[in-house]
Each structure stands twice: as C-alpha cells, then as structure tokens.
Design a protein around this ligand. Structure first.
Ligand code: VGL
Ligand code: ZN
Length: 200
C-alpha cells in the first residue's frame, strides 16, 4: 500500500463519505466495472480505519436503482443496467470495511449522482437524501469523499458538499473514474478544484 503525500488528519469534525463501493462498480464481473477499483477499495479501507480510530463519522452511499429507470440505456438513459436494488451488483464489495450507515440513492427511480440529492424523473425536482442531516447530527463540518466513481458520483457528492458550505476533500488514491470519454478524470479534478474542493 502506498500512501498519499499528505494524509487527512481525522477528528470528530470530519465526516468520511464512502461513495458507491458496490459490486457492479468494484468487481471485475460487475456491469459497470471501474478500472482500478481494487486499489480504490484498499485505499478506502485505510481511510475508514483511520477515520474510525479518530472518532470521525463514516457514512456510505449505495446506487440503488429499480429494474427500469431513465438512468439505464434500455430505458432512454446512458448506462448499462447496474446496482438494481436487492441484487448482487448493488451489494457492497465484500472487501469493503463497512463502519457506518448507508444512504441508498434512486430507490424510487430518481436520477442524479450525488449522495446528497436526487432528481425526481417526472417533476425534475431535487430531493435531498438523509446524508446532510447525518453529517450535521454527527457534528461534522468537513467532508472527505472517497469511492466510485470520480467523474460521476464522487464528483457530484463533493460539489454538493461545497454547496452545503462544508470544507470538502477528495482522496486521490481512494477514487477512480469511469472515463467514458478520455480525460474525464482530469476534467473532474479541475471542476472540483474550481469549486474549492481539495485534492489530497
Ligand atoms: C455512478 C454511473 C451511473 C457512480 C452511478 O456511482 O459514479 N456512475 N451510476
Ligand atoms: Zn447508477
């Protein structure tokens, strides 16, 4: 295990948010496997263990789709079927250290990528998830985001964290991008930096 040059010094004012470390993204047999996910899970576990040891709050998100949703290519979206609620693909990767509550996104067919909010597919209204309340209840003001995938759910979660006025960091070796288009990873880091998100 290589360590990043700087590491987050966890304390109780930090919430670690572990995004979508589920079989469909993290297992090579998954329908939306993200290259490098094995190393991401290892680095994520390192962060979870360090956070937990310091008394920091750890929360997880799970992409949790119905069998049909405008998110999927077969229903008009762009993605292969993935993370259908209750299936193997939606389960946490078995190597992931789970040490906190999970927020499931998309349970009622909502779209969107952020762990903080979902979009109603019919009204387009933005619906908050329970994540913001969990973080506030834990007394945290700083948010560290890790997991999959950098260019979708990690990015959207980090940007929403900034909109909620949190100090936000993303740990670079604990995330990886889908890279649907070459360079999406670098573009994501730029977008995050422009929004004031720290890359650690
Ligand atoms: C994600 C694509 C589709 C993600 C979720 O977790 O980043 N990406 N659904
Ligand atoms: Zn999805």
């Amino acid at each position: 295990m290589t360590y990043p040059l700087t590491m987050i010094e966890y304390d109780r004012a930090i919430a670690l948010v572990v995004v979508d470390c589920q079989n469909d993204f993290a297992d090579p047999r998954g329908s939306l496997y993200v290259a490098g996910a094995g190393a991401v899970i290892a680095a994520t576990n390192r962060e979870v263990i360090r956070a937990t040891a310091a008394g920091a709050f750890v929360a997880y998100t799970q992409d949790w789709h119905p069998e049909s949703t405008p998110h999927f290519e077969k229903d008009g979206g762009i993605w292969p079927v993935h993370c259908v609620g209750g299936t193997w693909g939606a389960e946490f990767h078995p190597g992931l250290v789970v040490a906190g509550p999970s927020v499931r996104k998309g349970v009622h067919g909502e779209d969107g990528y952020s762990g903080f909010s979902m979009r109603d597919p019919l009204t387009e209204a933005t619906i908050p998830t329970a994540l913001a309340g969990m973080i506030t209840d834990a007394g945290a003001t700083r948010v560290v985001v890790v997991g999959l995938a950098l260019d979708y759910c990690v990015k959207a979660t980090a940007l929403d964290g900034r909109s909620l006025d949190h100090e936000v960091s993303v740990v670079s070796d604990a995330t990886a991008a889908v890279n649907l288009n070459e360079g999406d990873d670098e573009r994501s880091w730029h977008e995050l930096s422009d929004a004031g998100v720290f890359r650690v």
